[in-house]
Design a protein around this ligand. Structure first.
Ligand SMILES: [Zn+2]
Length: 625
């Protein structure tokens, strides 16, 4: 019955015209609400069916004094007698537009400004127009760009980096800012002498004497993977495929931490098909970077908070590497299909970690991820529409889709498939999918159709529709149990009954075991004794240090951790750590203290983190003036 329904729906989809209106729900026979397919990206003004970009020639000057970029974006475009081409911009000043090889001055029109979408830039076309050239500059408030003073970069030199995902590329480059539109690029970037510029492209390995840098990106990418950083950078290669860019003070420790990178590339290529991006270099950013990592092709950006000194947080590297297949090679067509990027990537990440480290390690990561998922489901409610894999983020900021639903429920879907159909079947599906859709974008519906076509039972065994379109967690979801964590449960049980911190044997505990242990601490745990024995507030591992601080705030052990917590919040800009800690402080009736810390720390955070934390304080009556 399900198979037949699926076939009928696929047939209907083929003939459904894409439309910009909101889509009505259609009910499937299983009672699951399946939205009508919609491959149009509602987060971009571009109309790629009429006119789209193909190649970008970018020429930028980086002005640290004014905190602006100024330059020229010259696009080769593809169209069939279209009347106009539309770009996305936000807070950009468009100085001039020219068209054609000769570059004759040309008219353009700016749409009205929208807080989320920015402004459309419409350029009328002639039938023969094949190049449009836009002279523009950014503003110091550009949301993608973070300008760090020498003091903030902890160097004698300033630092600049971009974060374009989800829809911030348009704040530093007029572009068709939709994940479904790909282009290649060349760039020239001029920076102050002595600094190095790097991009998501073929990169220099030495500082240029003139401050003039040239880049080529031969593989087509969507705008959200456009990336650039400028600073006092040095490079250290591992071998043929990979290397590390970092500021000199962290270069050696980063290079040691991520030494398994080439092994990861080897393993991932063996599992999921050839690595298509030639190089996989890593750029370690200053601590203000708002995310753990960003999979900018050829040059992954990572937070320094994963340099723990024991290689315990390198799953992040496996994760960003995995995006070289799921995300960068096959890209979610719209942000509603975000789980195709992230759920797949978490699955690939854990397979890589299993091969490079051990299956016990992957099981622990799987269980921590499962805990995150259960927490999200509890917070949102099992019936909440945001617990569906297929998202509905129209008219909302796609950042709202960054939750463990896309990551961990997406992961569990593939993991459950592995249990049900076997690992070989899943590997075959993934390999065939990456081959079929290489350098293209994909909607959820395309994947669902592909999957039902390839599974022997048409997907009825696992219940594909329920997994993809249903809320909550399907009852057949795989549930993992790590042996290491089962042993920790005994330790925790004993701690709860005897409160004897001195009796805990932590010999051989990995960072993951510490994370599990700290997350599960019993209500009556003696936090002072734990702090005294293990000095957790001074830990070099940011992941479990953050959990420890959260626990202390929840359980009222505040004064003794005040100083290290303040330091942590002032130094680190990673949103995942900041939001629970500020929330925790507010819940612990520390609103004024939290507000004071935030006032000092805020200029050093990226706009993505600032936005999230501004909202937390606004909900508590504190507004940024
Ligand atoms: Zn990711």
């Amino acid at each position: 019955m399900r198979i037949l329904t699926a076939l009928i729906f696929s047939a209907i989809w083929l003939f459904m015209p894409a439309c910009k209106q909101s889509t009505a729900d259609v009910k499937s026979s299983g009672g699951i609400q399946i939205p009508a397919p919609d491959s149009v990206d509602h987060h971009s003004y571009a109309k790629p069916d009429e006119a789209r970009v193909d190649h970008l020639q970018l020429d930028l000057r980086v002005d640290f004094k004014e905190e602006i970029l100024e330059g020229v974006a010259s696009y080769t475009i593809v169209h069939n007698n279209a009347r106009e081409i539309i770009f996305d911009t936000k807070d950009l000043t468009i100085i001039e537009v020219r068209i054609g090889q000769e570059g004759e001055p040309h008219s353009f029109k700016m749409g009205s400004a929208d807080d989320l979408m920015g402004q459309s830039l419409t350029i009328p076309l002639k039938p023969e127009t094949d190049i449009v050239t836009i002279h523009y500059k950014t503003q110091p408030t550009s949301e993608a760009l973070q300008w760090l003073s020498p003091e903030q970069s902890r160097q004698k030199t300033p630092f600049l980096y971009t974060q374009s995902q989800a829809m911030l590329a348009r704040t530093w480059l007029p572009c068709q800012d939709s994940p479904g539109i790909r282009f290649t690029y060349d760039a020239r970037v001029r920076v102050p002498e002595g600094l190095m510029a790097v991009m998501s492209a073929a990169n220099p390995t030495m500082v240029s004497n003139t401050g003039d840098y040239f880049f080529t990106m031969e593989q087509p990418i969507p705008a959200y993977l456009m990336a650039m950083a400028v600073g006092n950078l040095e490079y250290r290669p591992y071998g043929r495929m990979a290397g590390i860019y970092a500021q000199p003070d962290v270069l050696l420790s980063a290079a040691w931490e991520f030494e398994d990178t080439e092994k990861m590339i080897e393993v991932a290529s063996a599992l999921f098909g050839p690595y298509r991006w030639e190089r996989f270099d890593i750029l370690v950013l200053p601590p203000s970077f708002p995310y753990g990592g960003m999979e900018n092709p050829r040059l992954t950006f990572v937070t320094p908070t994963v340099i723990a000194g024991d290689r315990s947080l390198t799953a992040l590297i496996a994760h960003e590497l995995a995006h070289s297949w799921s995300g960068n090679l096959v890209t979610n067509a719209t942000w509603n299909d975000f789980w195709l990027n992230e759920g797949f990537t978490v699955y690939l990440e854990r397979r890589i970690m299993e091969m490079v480290y051990s299956s016990a390690w992957s099981r622990m990561e799987e269980e921590l991820g499962y805990q995150d998922l259960l927490k999200t489901l509890k917070e949102k409610g099992q019936d909440h529409s945001d617990t569906r894999l297929k998202g509905n983020l129209d008219n909302r900021n796609p950042d709202e889709g960054i939750s463990s639903i896309a990551y961990e429920k997406g992961y569990l879907f593939l993991r459950t498939m592995e249990e049900m159909y076997g690992r070989n079947a899943v590997d075959n599906i993934l390999n065939a999918w990456f081959r079929k859709k290489a350098f293209e974008s994909a909607t959820t519906e395309e994947f669902v159709t592909f999957l039902k076509g390839i599974l022997m039972d048409g997907g009825s065994g696992i219940g594909v529709d329920e997994w993809v379109y249903g809320t909550g967690l399907p009852s057949n979801a795989f549930k993992s149990r790590s042996e290491q964590f089962a042993q920790l449960d005994e330790v925790l049980k004993k701690l709860e009954s005897d409160k004897n911190v001195a009796g805990i044997d932590t010999t051989g505990w990995s960072a993951l075991e510490w994370m599990y242990f700290l997350r599960q601490l019993p209500e009556n745990a003696d936090l002072a004794a734990l702090e005294q024995r293990f000095n957790l507030s001074a830990s070099g591992n940011a992941e479990y240090k953050a959990i420890w601080f959260e626990q202390c705030l929840q359980k009222g052990f505040i004064q003794p951790i005040q100083k290290p917590l303040t330091e942590f919040l002032t130094q680190v800009g990673r949103r995942k750590f900041l939001t629970p800690l500020y929330k925790g402080m507010i819940q612990a009736k520390q609103l004024d203290t939290a507000w004071d810390i935030y006032a000092k720390a805020r200029p050093g955070y990226h706009s993505i983190s600032r936005k999230a934390i501004d909202e937390i304080f606004a909900d508590n009556g504190k507004k940024i003036s």
